[in-house]
Design a protein around this ligand. Structure first.
Ligand SMILES: CCCCC/C=C\C/C=C\C/C=C\C/C=C\CCCC(=O)SCCNC(=O)CCNC(=O)[C@H](O)C(C)(C)COP(=O)(O)OP(=O)(O)OC[C@H]1O[C@@H](n2cnc3c(N)ncnc32)[C@H](O)[C@@H]1OP(=O)(O)O
Length: 231
């Protein structure tokens, strides 16, 4: 495994064929989906105290089984020689992360716009019955960051500005995003999150190609970046 550190961000090139990555994602993504159900059930269950104690004991055993073989730290961002990249622990789209909603992001062919959808349940509540404002910010930050990167360069959130227009009920939500402008290493991105009733939150962001990122003058790609297979 080749470790590459670009500034303070670590990437790992691993020699795993894309088919194997896809297989691992299908298997562990299924596990994450089950844990996501568990999170929802934990919030909403009304079973009695004894039943909670019994379930907890079983869960602790299951967790111990998973811990018998673990990587030493977080999942990181990895890529293979076929250009497939993956970040299994990502807080928004990590395939193995039960805390991730998980958002499905579709980027336009020109990579300048993106659309994302997900259904948010009880685990994402802020005001009663409504999406937590920080969750709205989190989801938009991810979509905006990916869109700013255009899958060819490393961008980091510099400034994210949000205007909360109206409360957003839990349930199906969607995000729209576009690159508005670019000046030097600054990429200006706009996004909104809402539902069938309209937009609830608007966001503008300045995403920055860090000064320490090494850029290829011809392609505009930064080192450490590989286009993901899902694009
Ligand atoms: C987390 C990165 C992961 C990367 C993974 C890559 C590939 C993996 C594959 C999939 C992931 C795809 C995309 C990523 C998607 C989502 C990730 C979520 C986004 C995040 O969760 S990311 C974490 C939060 N984020 C930070 O952790 C940043 C901490 N911070 C810094 O690392 C530096 O602070 C930095 C780099 C921001 C700037 O450093 P620098 O040295 O390059 O800046 P410099 O001084 O050269 O300024 C150049 C021009 O930007 C202006 N400028 C500077 N700072 C500004 C700011 N904050 N706001 C507005 N404008 C700013 C100046 O005013 C100047 O403007 P002008 O040229 O006009 O004078």
């Amino acid at each position: 495994m080749a470790e590459q550190t670009v500034g303070q961000v670590h990437f790992s090139e691993v020699d795993i064929p894309t088919a194997e990555v896809d297989h691992r994602e299908a298997v562990t993504g299924g596990l994450a989906a089950s844990v996501r159900e568990l999170v929802d059930a934990t919030i909403r269950t009304t079973v009695d105290d004894d039943e909670i104690a019994a379930v907890r004991a079983e869960l602790d055993l299951l967790t111990a089984r998973l811990r018998t073989a673990q990587i030493p730290g977080p999942a990181g961002v990895r890529y293979n020689r076929e250009g497939r990249s993956w970040g299994w622990g990502n807080a928004v789209i990590g395939q193995r992360n039960a805390i991730a909603p998980p958002l499905v992001i579709v980027h336009a062919d020109d990579a300048e716009t993106a659309h994302a959808e997900v259904t948010l349940g009880a685990a994402y509540e802020g005001p009663p019955g409504m999406v937590h404002g920080g969750v709205s910010a989190l989801l938009m930050d991810q979509v905006m960051g990916e869109t700013a990167s255009q899958f060819k360069r490393l961008t980091m959130t510099g400034t994210l500005t949000l205007r909360y227009l109206r409360p957003l009920p839990l349930g199906p939500i969607s995000i729209d995003c576009r690159v508005a402008n670019e000046v030097g290493r600054k990429v200006f991105v706009e996004a909104s999150i809402g539902n069938a009733d309209g937009i609830a939150v608007e966001a503008t962001g300045v995403f920055i190609i860090p000064s320490w990122a090494v850029m290829d003058e011809e392609t505009g790609e930064t080192e450490g970046w590989r286009r993901s297979a899902e694009g």
